[in-house]
Design a protein around this ligand. Structure first.
Ligand SMILES: CC(C)(COP(=O)(O)OP(=O)(O)OC[C@H]1O[C@@H](n2cnc3c(N)ncnc32)[C@H](O)[C@@H]1OP(=O)(O)O)[C@@H](O)C(=O)NCCC(=O)NCCS
Length: 123
């Protein structure tokens, strides 16, 4: 069975949340590796927005497979390989529950615009 999820995030909205709530917002939603990755870029907010959209897209795909799952943003980590390709690592209870799932994600973002992501989960 295959399920998909998609999400779009306005980069300004993420920028405002970071300005308003700072580390509290970041640490609630992103792992320290994700924060380091985004902050290493020239314009971090577009990368934060991309990862945020990817987490929401994965969440939608997972919930359409299993609506009882508790999916916390921080427990869906978006990693980048040496080639830049994003991949998903789950943490917490999700890691065990979803251990046999194959998850793929794709992200795009436009500075001063939107970030979009789509995810696919197969079991
Ligand atoms: C990969 C590529 C298509 C990205 O296109 P873009 O218009 O610059 O960027 P977009 O905003 O659409 O997408 C950026 C996201 O694509 C993803 N991405 C990066 N490299 C990728 C790749 N090789 N394949 C798939 N997705 C990739 C990342 O998630 C990135 O966002 P993030 O860094 O915030 O996680 C473009 O850079 C390209 O054609 N590169 C040539 C291949 C290359 O340079 N490979 C590197 C070898 S080391």
């Amino acid at each position: 069975m295959i399920k998909v999820g998609v999400d779009i995030v306005k980069i300004d909205r993420i920028e405002n949340m970071i300005e308003k709530y700072g580390r509290r917002f970041l640490e609630k939603n992103f792992t320290s590796a994700e924060i380091d990755y985004c902050n290493s870029k020239a314009y971090p907010c577009q990368h934060f927005a991309g990862k945020f959209a990817a987490k929401e897209a994965v969440k939608k795909a997972l919930l359409s497979l299993n609506p009882t799952l508790m999916v916390l943003m921080r427990n869906v980590e978006v990693k980048n390989g040496i080639d830049g390709i994003p991949c998903i690592e789950l943490h917490g209870a999700l890691k065990e529950i979803c251990k046999d799932y194959c998850i793929e994600v794709s992200i795009s973002h436009e500075k001063n615009g939107y970030a979009v992501a789509m995810a696919m989960v197969a079991i």
